[in-house]
Design a protein around this ligand. Structure first.
Ligand code: ZN
Ligand code: ZN
Ligand code: ZN
Length: 372
């Protein structure tokens, strides 16, 4: 079910009225031609080194991307008929990619942030030698999933992360690591009722501007409190069908893969939760619920390793009590933490913390554990 509706004009109108309403949609700045290309047919890399990485994830000019090989040679015909024969696409700096980089192998690598799961491939029919081309649904590289421990994939017998892999969910999971999000697919036009801004405001007021899942109180930042339609039907405004959820909890609901929340907004919510004294998780499931979704692979690894449960989203204050940044996860006694932002990391280090990025902590997990 598609739940994304372009509702920006109504929201823009509502903003003019000065009404803070549920804001699933960030209004993007105009895109440059290469960005459009990145989101449609993709961009062919001249050099594998043009592929960057952001904390172990693949990026191109600062945008999160996936990488695939367009030229399927003699396998093209077969791959068009049966996606599992096709070459796997990559989403992380996995073992296979690492090897490709080292060997300087050149193939026609294409980067894209089209998250439809349909890939344009070329090649020839091995019987007739005639060129063939078309779109097919390639599969995700398993080494990438292992590398990220995506949804706990490394755990023996856990195939669901591969079997049910969904690109939009994947990109949403790591949205805090990037400042630009891929173009959203615009869904069907069915949507909210015209009185939605009032309904939403009245409902949030009735709930005391409190998230019904994590309990954070957001009266000071009402736009970070959304109203979610439980059955997914956005015109069904019966109270039984509504739930006040903070943007972070909301984006973690099923079928909300195309809902992006900025890292700043997630950190703000974390900050409120902490200030309100209820964010001291005592089990790993709570850590997963409260932490940024991009940390999940790492958290699962910690859970399997039976590490002590960390605090989530702690503010870094200097001597003057001024907030300088945030650690996404922290073990205060050991002064050990995980940061997403480079800025946060620098502040923490200046304050005497030992800080790992998620990618470093996963990659050198044994070293990480010795710090605890
Ligand atoms: Zn891979
Ligand atoms: Zn919440
Ligand atoms: Zn919702």
């Amino acid at each position: 079910m598609k739940l994304t509706v372009d509702f920006s004009s109504l929201f823009a109108a509502a903003r003019k009225m000065g009404d803070p309403i549920e804001d699933d949609f960030v209004l993007d700045t105009p895109r440059e031609p290469w960005e459009d290309k990145l989101g449609t047919e993709g961009i062919e890399l001249e050099d594998i080194n043009d592929l960057e990485q952001t904390d172990g994830l693949l990026s191109y000019r600062g945008r999160q991307v996936l990488l695939y090989i367009q030229d399927h040679g003699s396998k093209a015909q077969e791959a068009l008929l049966d996606p599992k024969v096709g070459k796997k696409y990559h989403v992380a700096e996995c073992r296979t990619l690492h090897k490709m980089r080292n060997e300087g192998r050149f193939e026609r690598y294409v980067v894209t942030n089209d998250i439809s799961g349909e890939f344009y491939i070329t090649g020839y029919d091995y019987m007739t030698r005639q060129p063939v081309e078309g779109k097919t649904g390639l599969h995700i590289c398993k080494n990438c999933l292992t590398y990220l421990n995506y949804k706990g994939y490394s755990k023996p017998g856990n195939y669901s992360a591969f079997k049910n892999f969904d690109l939009s969910e994947f990109f949403q999971t790591y949205s805090s690591f990037f400042t630009h999000m891929p173009l959203r697919k615009t869904g069907e036009k069915e949507g909210y009722t015209s009185d939605w801004p009032e309904v939403s405001r009245a409902f949030r007021q009735e709930k005391g501007y409190t998230c019904e899942k994590c309990g954070v109180h957001l009266a000071e930042q009402p736009k970070l409190l959304h109203v979610h339609h439980v059955n997914g039907v956005k015109s069904d405004n019966r109270k039984a069908n509504l739930r006040a959820l903070c943007a972070d909890c909301h984006s973690k609901e099923a079928f909300h893969e195309s809902m992006y929340v900025s890292h700043t907004d997630r950190q703000t919510i974390s900050r409120f939760r902490h200030a309100q004294q209820f964010q001291n998780p005592d089990n790993w499931q709570e850590v997963i619920d409260l932490a940024d979704s991009g940390l999940r692979g790492f958290i699962e690894r910690c859970r399997s390793g039976r590490l002590p449960v960390p605090e989530v989203g702690i503010d870094l204050q200097d001597d003057t009590q001024e907030v300088k940044g945030m650690l996404e996860l922290a073990w205060p006694r050991q002064r050990l933490g995980i940061a997403i932002n480079e800025r946060d990391r620098m502040h923490a280090e200046r304050l005497g913390w030992k800080v790992f990025s998620v990618h470093e902590a996963l990659d050198s997990f044994t070293t990480f554990v010795t710090r605890l």
